[in-house]
Every structure is written in C-alpha cells, then in structure tokens.
Ligand binder design. Sequence first.
Ligand code: C2E
Ligand code: MG
Ligand code: MG
Ligand code: MG
Length: 277
Amino acid sequence: KSKEKSGTGYHFFESEMNNRSLESIKLENALYKALDRNELDIYYQPQIDSRTNSIIGVEALLRWIHPTEGMISPADFIPIAEDTGLIVPIGEWVLENACKQLKKWHEEGNHALSVSVNLSSRQFEENDLVEVVQRILIDVNLAPEFLHLELTENQIIKNKDLTVEMMEQLKEIGVKIAIDDFGTGYSSLGYLKNFPIDALKIDKSFIQDIREDDDSNSAITNTIITLAQNLKLNVIAEGVETKEQLDFLLSKDCYLMQGYYFSVPLKAEALKEKYLI
Ligand code: C2E
Ligand code: MG
Ligand code: MG
Ligand code: MG
C-alpha cells in the first residue's frame, strides 16, 4: 500500500475511504434494524462491597448479537450509534429496560440494589433527556436514587455548560451521577468540584497496573481515592482482576469494586442465579 502503486496519494486515499465507509454503512444499516429485531441485549456486571463481599449494584452493559457476525463489542458499535444519532433511541431502550429489570429484582427481595447506566454525550443534546428519565422512573415506579448514570469527563466537557445544567436537573430528580473512566479524560481538576456528581469510577487502566513492583500507577490510583475522599464522593474501582489489586484498594479504603475478579458481565438470569435472591 504505497502512494507509488496507486499512482497518486489521492487515489489511494479515495479507495481506503470507500472501503471504510462500505464496512461502516453495512454495520450502520444492520444497527438500524437491530432494535426492532431484538438483537440487542443488556448484560449486568455486579458491583461489590468487598468489605462484606456483597453485591450493591449492577452496571448495565449493552450487547449486540448480530445474526451472522455474532457478538459485536460496544467499543465497535457505540461510536456508530453516536455518529448516526441511533444512540438516542438505543440509549432510551437501555434506560427503560435496565430500570424494569431492576424493579423486578427489587420486587423479588433485593431492595437495596442499584443499576448504573452509561450515557453518551449525544443523549444530552436531546432537549428532553431529563423528561425521558423522569417518565421512565414513573412508568417503572422506581425510586430515583437506585438509578445511577455514568458519563465520562470528555463527554461532559464536549458541551460543558449544557451538560452540567442537565446533570443538575437529573440530580434534582434524585438520580445519582458518576464519572466513568476517571483519570483518562481531559477535564481539569478545577471542574470537578463544580460537576454535580456523586461518585468517581477509577479507570481500569490504572487498576490493572497495580503490582507490587510498580509504584507509579498505584500512586495514581491512590491519588484518585484520596481526591474522592476529600471531595466526599464515592469511589468505585473498575477492572479489578486480581486479589493483589483488591488488597491494595482495600488498604486505601476503596471498597467498592467491579471486575473480572468477581464476575464478567452476565445475562440477567445468570446474575440473579449467582448473586440475588
Ligand atoms: P465502561 O462503561 O467503562 O464499562 C466497563 C467495561 O470494562 C465493560 O466493557 C466491561 O465489560 C469491562 N470490564 C469490566 N471488568 C473488567 C475487568 O476486570 N477487566 C477488563 N479488561 N475489562 C473489564 P464493555 O461491556 O465492552 O463496554 C465498553 C464500553 O462501551 C463501556 O465502558 C461504555 O463506555 C460503553 N457502553 C456499554 N454499554 C453502553 C450503553 O448502554 N450506552 C452507552 N452510551 N455506552 C455503553
Ligand atoms: Mg461505565
Ligand atoms: Mg469505565
Ligand atoms: Mg467507558
């Protein structure tokens, strides 16, 4: 693939572009139909209080089971859903179905369980996001404090004033808000104290580098935990895979955790079987 082969850089560029868009157009068309065809599913990953080894909540994670391609990772289709605006109806579907599932689990006796739902900045561009959330909570008859919304720093600063304003309205309704992938974004620490948030989720890249022989990533994790404690925010570690990481986090008083050490994301029935009454 050199410029010489295709004659000019222009031709090479053009054919690469066409290949790429053909692939993404195919995926895009399939994604348009995915909701109606029931190809989307929500998996749930437990969030554990490791002081008592008990489940406190679940994170809803979207899955697309494509009829011929099999399971497609959200990392591959969420960007397409965002570019096309499809994330708006899909995101609403996730919110509604995650809340319904949680309500069912509450009614079965798991009264304290919460559900965390990831939101995209694209959803904050819709004027009616707050009303949609409120409508779902009322329809499902779910107390708002059990719904936790996750947003990354980068998603907040993309359209900061509007997003913060809507976050404030969501907090007024009574839902909780967490910053996802904390530490990987571009927002300044100064913003943090003005964001209406309840929790920080330490990005898994920092957790996964916690090893006895590595001080720098442990130092970052440690700093985020201290920051959260000083700002009176909850802190959750994501991507906990080993006992060593768990012990380090516990020694720093970070006891809320999520990760393969406990469980991969599970289908609703499997999660109930393993963790709920
Ligand atoms: P996220 O919200 O940061 O979710 C955590 C991701 O880490 C999930 O990947 C989860 O399966 C994975 N994970 C959990 N524990 C471990 C661990 O111990 N080790 C490793 N290596 N990974 C772990 P997943 O399910 O592939 O989702 C990727 C991202 O896609 C999510 O990152 C989130 O940003 C986005 N996403 C998923 N569902 C939705 C959704 O309904 N709406 C929106 N807007 N985004 C979503
Ligand atoms: Mg998340
Ligand atoms: Mg994350
Ligand atoms: Mg993320």
